[in-house]
Structure formats: C-alpha cells, structure tokens
Design a protein around this ligand. Sequence first.
Ligand code: WT7
Length: 651
Amino acid sequence: MSVQIDHLLNETRRFAPTADFADQAIGTSKLYADASEDRLQFWADQARDLLHWHKPFTKVLDWTNPPFAKWFEDGQLNVAWNCLDRHVLAGHGDRVALYFEGEPGDSRAITYAELTAEVKRAANVLTKLGVQAGDRVAIYLPMIPEAVISMLAVARIGAVHSVIFGGFSAESLRSRIDDANAVLVITADGGYRKGRVTPLKPAVDMALTGVPTTVRNVLVVKRTGNEVEWTDRDLWWHDELASVDAEHEAEGFPAENPLFILYTSGTTGKPKGILHTSGGYLTQVAFTHKNVFDLHPETDVYWCTADVGWITGHSYVTYGPLANGATQVLFEGTPDTPHPGRWWEIVEKYKVSILYTAPTAIRTFMKLGRQIPQGFDLSSLRLLGSVGEPINPEAWMWYREVIGGNVAPVVDTWWQTETGAIMISALPGVTVTKPGAAQVPIPGVAIDVLDEAGVHVGHGNGGLLVVTEPWPSMLRGIWGDPERFIETYWEKFGEENPRYFAGDGARLDEDGDIWLLGRVDDVMNVSGHRLSTAEIESSLVSHPMTAEAAVVGAHDETTGQAVVAFVIIKYSHLEESSHEDIQAVLRAHVTQQIGAIARPRQIFIVNELPKTRSGKIIRRLLQDVAEGREIGDTTTLADTSVMQVIKSTLR
Ligand code: WT7
C-alpha cells in the first residue's frame, strides 16, 4: 500500500483566474506555446526583450561540457545599468524605486534617479579602494537601502558580491570571507531589530582580527549611531561617497562574468558558495518577476519580505524588481515590532499590491488570529506569492481569504538558491490554481519527477524532482569546488544525460500538476511505506487546534522508522483540554485523513519549533530529540535556546 495525498487532492478547490485578471495579465498562454516551440529561441527573445546588451549575443547556450553551462556567452551587459540608468534614460527617473521603511518608523522614498546617483558614487568608491572586476566584496548589512546600493555598485564595476545575512555570527562571516578571499567588507554600525540596536561592526572586527586576511578595507554605513571601535582599515561610507565623483560610466562585461556568491548549507557542515553569473541570471529573474507576479511597473507597489542575505532577497528584492523598473517596499524590521500588525500597517501605508512572503510567516499570522490583519485596509493587494517550503492547503486558503480578500490569486513558487530564479509556479493570469500545489514549470524550464532508477513516475505518483535541461539562471558552480558541484547535483542519474537533482521530493497529481513534498531527507519509510513529513504536517495543521507542526522519522525497531510529531497548539485549546486528550484527537485525525500507517507514534506538545533564520524547521534536531540522542549542531538556529526549552518540556 502506498500512502498518498489524495485526501488533499480529491477535496482540492480550484481557482481559475477571473476574467478581469486574465484580461490585464502580463504573462499569457503564448509564453508556454513559444517556449515549447523553441526553448532556446524563447530564452534568447526574453534576454533581448527584457535587458539591454552593450554587445548583443549571437550564441544562446553552450552545453558542450555539462554540467558547466554558458548562456549568451559572447554578449556583454552591465547588470547595474540594466537595473538603473536605462530606466532613468527612458524617462522614469522620478519613479520611486525603494520605499524604505526603517524599523523605528523612519522612512525614505528613493527614486530611480536618486538610486542611480548613489550607486554611481558607491562604484567610484570601490574603484578608489582598488576593487577591480572579478574581486570579491563581502556585504554584511541590515535591510537598508545601502544593502541594495552596495550590491549594485559591486555589479556595476564587474566585481563579485558575497552577501552574508546580518544574523550570522562572526565565525560564519570569517569562514565566508576567507573562502571567497574578499578584498573589502561593507557593513554598518548596526541595524534595528525587535526594537533594539543590533550591532554589526563588532562581528566584522572579530572576523578580521588576529588572522591573516585578504580584506584591505571595511566600509561602514552609519545607521544606528552606536559607538564603534575603529581601525586603520575602516572608512565611513558617507564620507567616502561624498569624496568621489558623481559620474560613473557603466561598461559592459561578458554575460558569464560572475555576479555573486551566496553561501547555503548542504548535507555536510561546510557551507557551499553557490556561484551565479550575469546575463542568464538577470534574464530569468526579470522574466519570472514580471510574469509570475504580473508586474505592471507604472502602477504596482511590490513588497518581498525576504532579507537580501538570502537568495530571495537577491533575485526578488534587488535584481528582478529593479531590472523591471518596479516600485518596491524595503522593510528593515521584523513582522511583530512594535506591534503584531506592523506588516499590514505597511501594506496599508504604501498601498502594496503584490506581496511575496513565506509560509512560516503566514502560519505565524494564522496563529495570532485574523483580527490583526483585519484591522487594516488590505484592499490594495491584488497578488500574493509564497516561497521557501511547501505551503499547506490551510495556510494557502487563509492567505487567499484573509490577506487576499478572496480575490487575489496566490502563486506558490518553487526554486532554490541554486536555481537562482523561480522554476515552478502558476502564471496568475493563466493557471487554474490549487491550494498547496506549486503546479507547473515556468515557460522555458524543463522539470521531471523520477523514481530512484531515473524513470518518469507518471501522473498520480511521487518521486524525485529533477531539472532536465539547463536553464539561464542556473548555478554555474560551487565556489572553488567543481568536484562538489558535480557530485552534489549532477551524478545521481548518470553522466550521459545529466539531470539536475534538486534534493526535493514531489508528486504529480492526476492533471500532472506538481506538489512539493519537502526535502527527500525528510521523507520517511515506515514499514516499507513512503510517508512525507510535509503530508503528515499538513494533516496535523489542518486540525483547528494546531498552530504549527513538525514531523520526523525516528528510528524504530520494528517498523524501520516511526512518525514522531512536534506540535504547537493554539492557546485557547491548551486551556480547555489536557495534553492526553489533544494527543488522542490528533492521532485520530491523522489516522482518519491519511491512514493508520501515518498515525504518529508520539506527539509532543511544544511552545516553539527549532528554525533557521530563514524560517525553515530544522527537523534534524527534532530527530535527535525523538531518538533520545544528544542534540547535534545548533549553530544555524535562529534562537539557540529553543532546543533546551523543547527538551525540558519533554522530561
Ligand atoms: C529549498 C531551497 C527559493 C528561495 C527560498 C529558499 C524548499 C522553496 C518551495 C516551495 C516547496 C520549497 C525546497 C528547496 N522550497 N520553495 N514553493 N514549495 N518547497 O531557498 O534556502 O535555497 O531552499 O526550499 O525544499 O529545495 P533555499
């Protein structure tokens, strides 16, 4: 017997685009037709339509030495010029590029003309400091305009940025600076987070002190005004910008010039420096940003809540929106400071029309209750996006109903740091959406679901998600480690016909739509049956008592693995019922929804779940608890105390 998610599929509600939405939609079914007629021609057309090329390309793809792809190889472009100058030259200099909202409530509207001017000065500063094309620059900043300005200035001179999320420690910062041999670090005195100043400069000092380093200078943005220690290599951002020429001419660089390195964790302890290049990357982020989010740059106000320290912030805060001339909100703070309605206040204030966020945030808001968003005018919202993990149908519906007023389409977008841009998503003017499904590959992207032997699984079955053809924004490698690049992503299904193995499980429903089932390392095997953590979590969360749930496969003598669940119960229910009653009800609920095979062996009621700073549950740690082991490496936890709290509540 194989356990499937048909209980979700059978009940699935479907939402066709309204006629009004479809009529005005940017992305139409013609995109699918064009892409399937000639995939490479399709991407060449997109690259020419969406971007300005200093030197036009004549070659589209070189795939003669897989998995090392080259896109638009003989073309030249300047990524920053594409995001800035050309919009000013087209007469949009007065359009707001960034509505910056600081956590303390300070705000600043920055037009395309102003942003261009700032980036030109910053580029001149980099050159003055000896940074050359190809050099690496580390960026360790809060979510302030200078983060975007720094990235674009680095890109403008053909150098390579490595943004390190402001929540990472000095040690992580040091290992990333060292791995890339960065010559410059751009940081700030601090940032505002949860109502307090979080200093950043001390971590940079710690990362660089007492060790040989390639870093020559540290450029410091003044944001919080707190005292900072000062060394010979330090320079104030604002002084330096004031000291250089205002003009800077953007030269063209080859399409395969490296644009950035972004570190992400793999299965081993050492983070992988994922390398992205220029022309193909910018083509696919601009294409997806425009078509998946239905961007009308003259009228929309777009807001992606991700930090620039993650890939979502690179592709859908900095590069995609700015390449498309969008107006967007940039928010420094956290969703609940100084009050739990802060996000919705921002949506109301700026009349945000497109919102892109993560399921974990949506579920947190669900837990707090709909009265909070309902206290604000959210009628400007006309499109909602989700990214980062599978979105359970309940959260999808809540997002649509409570945040989207039952009219805004929801697009669930699947992609990865490695893919650079969205790979699977509905097109909101075309696709009939299903709550919980990521749905279809975007036009020009080739996806398949295979079994372990590399055979297509067919509709109605689950397997491993692969990308079968190279795509423009694909990673070009792991910085300094070509072998690891090949082993990690390309070897699973043989070398003759290289396919990119994403590490995710997925299922094709009867229509061939794609449902993500989570990382394959999160798939359990119970008595020879395949069970998805995502599936059981979705079932647990569909019970009205449950706010959040995480499921792990724990070793079991008889069944191989057993299902162990960790759940957060809504406050009102905790007051009304005993733990024993809640556990019994949830076990029965899962049994009823999926089958006895999925019934959790144990359900632990907890107050919090261990999560990374990007909100992903770290199941590995829960597995340690479930299997009675010492808890392993907790350095990627957003809140390192959470495991102690969980352990103590279980004793
Ligand atoms: C992993 C990539 C892509 C930006 C944020 C995360 C999971 C991502 C979805 C989605 C189901 C998703 C996958 C993927 N994931 N989006 N819409 N549905 N799963 O980037 O840190 O590189 O993580 O996030 O497991 O492999 P990342």
